[in-house]
Structures are given as C-alpha cells and as structure tokens.
Design a protein around this ligand. Structure first.
Ligand SMILES: *Cc1c(COP(=O)(O)O)cnc(C)c1O
Length: 430
C-alpha cells in the first residue's frame, strides 16, 4: 500500500499547521504512524489521496452514522444551498430540527443550537453556574467534553484530586473549580459533594464514556449521579455529543431510562456538518439570553446548511430499523473480535454499546474496563501495532486506544466479516 501522496501532503501540511493537522488526534502520533489524507468518502468506505480504499470505523469521530455521502442528506443540503448559506435571522428549518430533538430526547423541552460540541458543553456549564449561583463543577476522569478551559482537566490517578490543568494556557484559578473523580464510582463523587457543600453547580459526564474507549455505565450509576445532584442542589449534565442519536434515538438517557437536568448534543445532529446544541427543561432554558441573564450567542448558530444536513439525518434515523441493524452488526463485530483475541492468545476485552465499540488490550483476558485507570500502560503500544496492522489491510480504526470505533448503517455483514478476518491476522502478528 503506497502512501506517497499522503506523505507529500503531510509534509506540506506540517509547514502550515501545528503537527500538520487541525485537530491533534488526526496526527496519529499515539499509534506511531503518519496520517493518510482523505480524498473521498462513499458509504462505509474512505479513499485516500493515493487511491487506497479503507473500510472506515472513524466515521469522522462520530457524526457519520449513515456513512459517507448518503443521498437524502446531500439532497437536503443542495436544496438549502440554493436558498442561502447563512442569514443571521431565524429560519423555520431550525424549529423543525429542534422539534425532532425535543420529541426524542427526554431531557430536552427547549434548546439552543451552537456550532460545535465544545460550545455546547461550555454553554451548558455557564447555564448550570448561572442557574445555581455556584462555581465548582465535577467532571469524570477520562471523559472528554471539548476543549473549553474548565473541561481540560482530568487530574492525577488519585480518587479525588483537585483539578490540575491538562493543557498549558489553562489558568490554575480556572482549573481549581473543576473537581475530578473516577467514572463508575459513586462513593468518590459523594465524597466530593461532602467536601464542598453548597459549592458544586453541576456534574458533567458522558453517560456512555466514549473518549477513553467505550466504557458503559455500571447498572444504576447514572441514576445514582442524578440522585446525588438532586440531593445536593447541583445540576446533572449528560454530554451526549457522541451518544445522542448514536446509542438510541433518544441517546443514552433513553437507553438507560434516566433523565438529566441538562443535555448537550453535537456530531450526529449535524449529519457531518458543524453543529452543537444544549437543552433542558423549559424553565431552566429561560435562564438563557434574551429571556434570562445567562449570555450566549453565535454568528453561525443554527446554520441552515448544517441544520438541513442534521434534519435529513435524524429523519432517516427516526424512520426506524437502523438501531436494530446497528445492534446486530455491533454484536457480530464484538463476538468476532473476542474470538480473534482468543485465537491469537492476546489478552484483551471488547466493550460495546450499540454501534460504539472498543477493543482494549489488557493484562488479563476478559478484565473489564470500568474507569480510566483500568487501562494498563502496556495497551498503548499494543494498540498502535494493531492499528497499523489493520490499516495495512485496509481497515481504518480511530487512531488511539482511548477512542470508540463507530459502525455506520452503511456497513454490511460482509464488511464486518472481513474486519474480523483482518483482526485475526493483525492480532496474530502482535
Ligand atoms: C466530540 C465531543 C465533544 C466536542 O465536540 P466538538 O464538536 O469536537 O467541539 C464534546 N463532548 C463529547 C462527549 C464528544 O464526544
């Protein structure tokens, strides 16, 4: 497989962009190789600039649940293009998409569109702080909520550590308001609430963690978080930027029957175009300007082309059948990968919720990953070798052990079968 054109494109991009990329994960550093440059997407497949074809499990890191180039989505965008790209005025299309979201996501009665997931979580935190008059927040180790200052904190490996910024440029004074505890650990969260009475505005989490690889919530965990928040006068924020319309039409909150105070969305609701949203009860959303005192705005918020793409996507998802199909494909891939691990005598575990799936390399076979610290240090190098083995065989995985792979409605049973055969070989070569 030649990478001549990708290599040249990367050399040029490195002179223009830090690391040659416009978002760090794309640089593929943690898997020890250079990125391939995308030229074209078609269904479940991506072709790079050297004309290599790959079966795609990146799915643009989540949005492409229907695969690339779905006709209905392109048609809806084309129709909007002829009418206008952006107005700075409300459009009826925004209400159509808003109504579909309200219909399906239990925790959202009213919402506000923004332009990215980062903006959605940032705004949700401002809403929580504005509504409670408190400033501290709790986030969970290994959960990612975009790159806003308050959320770039994961702290050390201690059970409850005061926030240390993960990034240069985040003031310690800002990070100090972010308290961190491990995922799936209600006692640690309870201890944070006890240590900071009346100070915590919100808990923000991914209800199914996808940004440390797929880590499902333990039974009762999400309900426990919502109850703890209620007890202490804090607001619960489910960041469903990844899980919204992915693990079920109504997101993780519908799948696990638990309703948070505030929900953030992004990725799928834009159908591949930039978008984000945050929503809550009608009364809580009345805190947002111009109805209330919490200011939040955006030139491109609810951009008509993004909204058209998102609306076309959600209409197809709401039509039925897709989540059952994704579950079927996900189950087949999980079973196949588990068998491939066993056949190659490689220690690992496969974790999945619907069409989000991660193969974790572990020290003991079958050891489940329940929180970030459960991923052994040895996993990174093993995953890197596995990633490269899969890419050479024409299968593109997200370039880190700490990412979810995404199955789309464009993947076929045969695609899954071929993936399993390649995984057997790649694991055998480790
Ligand atoms: C991707 C993601 C974000 C950030 O969204 P952007 O559009 O990249 O800013 C936030 N939260 C979660 C859970 C995500 O997966």
């Amino acid at each position: 497989m030649s990478h001549k054109h990708s290599d040249a494109a990367f050399s040029r991009a490195k002179r223009l962009f830090p690391g040659g990329v416009n978002s760090p994960a794309r640089a593929c550093r943690s898997v020890g190789c250079d990125p391939v440059f995308a030229a074209k997407g078609d269904g479940a497949w991506v072709t790079d600039v050297d004309n290599n074809r790959y079966l795609d499990y990146v799915g643009a890191f989540g949005p492409m649940i229907l695969g690339h180039g779905r006709q209905e989505v392109l048609d809806a965008m084309r129709a909007q293009l002829t009418h206008g790209l952006s107005f700075g005025m409300p459009t009826e299309l925004e209400s159509e998409l808003g109504a579909l979201i309200v219909e399906h996501v239990p925790g959202i009665e009213r919402l506000r569109f923004v332009s990215s997931g980062t903006e959605a979580t940032m705004s949700a935190l401002r809403l929580a702080r504005g509504a409670t008059g408190r400033s501290k927040i709790i986030k969970l180790e290994g959960c990612y909520h975009g790159h806003a200052d308050h959320l770039l904190v994961k702290a050390g490996s201690g059970a409850m550590t005061l926030g240390q910024p993960d990034s240069a440029g985040v003031p310690g004074t800002v990070a100090r308001d972010t308290l961190v505890c491990p995922f799936n650990d209600l006692e640690a969260m309870q201890a944070l609430f006890d240590a900071h009475p009346g100070e915590i505005a919100a808990v923000i989490l991914e209800p199914v963690a996808g940004n440390m690889g797929v880590v499902p919530p333990e039974p009762g965990y999400l309900q426990g978080v919502v109850a703890l928040c209620k007890k202490h006068g804090a607001l619960s924020i489910f960041d469903e930027v990844m899980t919204g319309f992915r693990v079920a039409l109504g997101g993780a909150q519908a799948r696990y029957h638990v309703t948070p105070d505030i929900t953030t969305l992004g990725k799928i609701i834009g159908g591949g175009m930039p978008i984000g949203a945050y929503g809550a009860s009608s009364s809580l959303m009345a805190t947002i300007a111009p109805e209330g005192p919490v200011y939040q705005a955006g030139t491109n918020s609810g951009n008509p082309v993004s909204v058209a793409a998102g609306l076309a996507t959600l209409k197809i998802l709401a039509h039925g059948g897709i989540y059952e199909r994704l579950e079927h494909l996900g189950k087949a891939l999980q079973r196949g990968l588990e068998e491939a691990l066993a056949a190659a005598s490689v220690a690992g575990t496969v974790q999945r919720v619907g069409s989000m799936i991660t193969l974790f390399f572990t020290e003991q076979t079958g050891r489940r990953i329940k929180q970030l610290d459960d991923v052994p240090a040895s996993a990174k190098a093993r995953f890197g070798a596995f990633f490269r083995g899969m890419r050479e065989r024409g299968f593109l995985l997200p370039p880190s052990q700490y990412e979810a792979w995404f199955i789309s409605a464009a993947h076929s049973d045969d695609d899954i079968g071929a993936t399993i055969i390649a995984a057997r070989q790649a694991l055998g070569d480790l």
